[in-house]
Design a protein around this ligand. Structure first.
Ligand code: EPU
Length: 428
């Protein structure tokens, strides 16, 4: 099992380029199931989750060609299966994204029920209820969601447009509804939809394929179903930059008292995070088509509360918590999206941080002098937080189980080295 060996502290300086967004590439790849024509994506990040999605789609009979330079070409003209098996769903919950497109185009899907995961229970009840509202019959048997559109419940085996209101916004739930509604009979109106930039990116791809969608990026999305969708034709869809990866490198610049630019990052996608950095005393500038942070003086303790977009992203909570270990005073970090997303806290304490958990709040007192130590990653973003702390810590930090990190960060060690970090991938 790979680990990172980090020798700190180091001051990071320079520029890295943002990768394409993992969480936009995954639903975009699932969209290939909606048509028998080729769908081509560009700016696809080279991360494990995207490869897992490729394996899942190939298993369904989609021809998937991953080319160099972030190009992914898919063609679903000979789909042979409508099942997402346990072994894949277990490693990547986003596998649930094939539910909507399979039901919409083939009238059936069998998806292994995702279990809980390190950050919380993470049910998929809202995905299921939305598909039912669109006419799907759903049964859960032997750990699988069996979904089908019967000719009785929906005309001619097609999903029907419906009025759906989510009691709380869900990102992949919104994406599943969008994907399913494009080919449904009639109009689907989704209220309290998620507002994350990845939703608007998926809608842009679907519109290019011929879908009729209004309001993506707002709380109310209206989709008028069409008979069929086309592929991307001669114009591949370019996946948006990864705001969470960008935020992670900006936090790396800030925690090391450095000067880091993430080229290609869109400041408008990161407003709440950049605002929190500014409140903490980090100099933040939108520059040359990217974002630059500089941090010289001592950081100030800063409270944040995670919330659905445009609030502070839960996917940057762990990294911000690591940053606050270096800030003067007491910061309160409140996690409102997932119930168990503080597994990094105990590991940060092993490096010398002062973090106490009180329910959904982490109370961080700083600044702490961090000392290198072996630590173990528990999930993707927690791993990133441990790497950030390792960059700021004196001596050697070994971050174990970085397969979590490889799910969503492409070539992190190379990028950090290019900014001046001493970091190596080792086995063990
Ligand atoms: N929820 C339900 N029922 C559902 C769906 C969601 O109760 O049917 C709850 C969840 O348990 C959670 C809240 O609703 O408390 C919001 O979860 P959401 O559905 O929005 O999360 P997701 O779609 O499963 C995506 C990202 C996550 C990110 C969250 C929140 C993808 C592939 N994943 O997950 O990304 O944390 O939105 O922004 O887009 C990551 O990249 O590290 C990651 C975990």
């Amino acid at each position: 099992m790979d680990a990172f060996l980090i020798r700190g502290p180091s001051r990071l300086a320079g520029t890295v380029r943002a990768s394409g967004a993992k969480n936009a590439a995954l639903p975009a790849a699932a969209a290939a199931l909606l048509t028998d024509e080729p769908v081509v994506l560009e700016n696809v990040p080279g991360v494990a989750d995207v490869r897992t999605m490729g394996v899942l789609l190939s298993g369904l009979g989609v021809r998937v060609e991953a080319e160099d330079a972030g190009r992914l070409a898919m063609r679903a003209d000979a789909v042979t299966s409508t099942e997402a098996p346990y072994d894949l769903v277990r490693t990547m919950r986003a596998s649930i994204l094939v539910l909507g497109p399979l039901l919409a185009r083939f009238g059936e899907a069998r998806i292994s029920l995702p279990g809980g995961c390190a950050i919380g229970v993470r049910p998929v009840d809202l995905h299921v209820a939305a598909m039912q509202a669109m006419g799907a019959r759903i049964a859960v048997e032997k750990g699988y969601i069996h979904a089908h559109v019967s000719r009785v419940s929906a005309a001619a085996g097609r999903l029907s447009g419906a009025e759906i209101a989510f009691p709380q916004p869900t990102v992949t739930g919104t994406e599943n509804v969008l994907l399913a509604a494009t080919l449904a009979r009639g109009r689907t109106t989704l209220r309290n939809a998620a507002l994350e930039p990845e939703i608007a990116d998926l809608a842009e791809l679907l519109r290019a394929m011929g879908a009729q969608i209004e309001g993506a990026g707002t709380p109310t999305i209206v989709v008028d179903g069409v008979e069929r969708l086309t592929g991307t034709g001669g114009r591949p869809h370019v996946v948006i930059p990864d705001r969470i990866e960008a935020g992670t490198y900006l936090a790396a610049g800030a925690i090391t008292g450095g000067d880091v630019t993430v080229a290609g990052a869109r400041p408008g996608d990161l407003t709440a995070f950049l605002d929190a950095l500014r409140r903490a005393g980090v100099e933040v500038a939108a520059e040359d088509g990217g974002v630059r942070v500089r941090s010289e003086g001592p950081l100030r303790a800063t409270d944040v509360r995670t919330a659905p977009h445009p609030g502070f992203p839960t996917d940057l909570q762990a990294q911000f918590l690591a940053l606050m270990t270096q800030a003067r005073g007491t910061s309160r970090i409140v996690e409102t999206i997932f119930e168990n997303r503080f597994l990094h806290a105990a590991e940060l304490v092993r490096l010398g941080a002062d973090v106490k958990l009180d329910g959904h709040t982490a109370v961080v007192r700083g600044p702490s002098t961090l000392e290198g130590a072996p630590v173990t990653a528990s999930d993707l973003r927690a791993s990133a937080a441990l790497v950030l702390a390792g960059l700021a810590a004196r001596g050697e930090t070994r971050v174990r189980r970085i397969y979590h990190l490889d799910r969503g960060y492409s070539g992190m060690e190379g990028r950090l080295r290019s900014l001046g970090a001493s970091i190596d991938r080792i086995s063990g």
